[in-house]
Design a protein around this ligand. Structure first.
Ligand code: SF4
Ligand code: SF4
Length: 129
């Protein structure tokens, strides 16, 4: 008969801490080497497009930098924008980049009412160069 054991289970759950969290208001600790959001550092990127060519999910689009914002090492003025909604976080782009231009993070927060991409994070690196 399930009655008494079910009642015991209900009482145990009633007094125990919930196993769920109130995401996105609460965060959980993640492994240090988790593959989170990544983006190109424009003080290093040479605009070669290799990351976009190698991406298995077609998640990288090469965009044009404004003429007056072209870093010296990137005469074509192209830079990668990652669509985090398409990305499978394999980090192949990070591995193939010939100048190690990708900055990696453990930021796994991808819940958003709008599409998320790396454009703003990457453009912020222009001020470094
Ligand atoms: S991590 Fe993988 S899927 Fe995501 S952009 Fe890089 S190559 Fe593409
Ligand atoms: S991030 Fe690396 S692989 Fe991608 S375009 Fe820039 S230099 Fe090339």
């Amino acid at each position: 008969m399930a009655g008494p054991s079910l009642l015991k289970e209900v009482l145990q759950r009633f007094f125990s801490k919930p196993v769920t969290i109130q995401y996105p208001f609460e965060s959980i600790e993640v492994e240090k080497d988790i593959r989170g959001k990544h983006y190109a550092d424009l003080s290093k990127c040479i605009g070669c497009s290799l990351c976009a060519m190698e991406c298995p999910a077609d998640a990288i689009l090469m965009e044009k930098l404004p003429e007056d914002k072209k870093p010296k090492q990137n005469p074509r003025g192209l830079y990668p924008v990652i669509d985090y909604g398409l990305c499978v976080f394999c980090y192949r782009c990070v591995t193939v980049c010939p100048v190690k231009a990708f900055i990696t993070t453990d930021d796994y927060h991808l819940s958003s009412p709008t599409k998320l991409n790396s454009r703003d994070l990457t453009l912020k690196t222009l001020s470094k160069g």
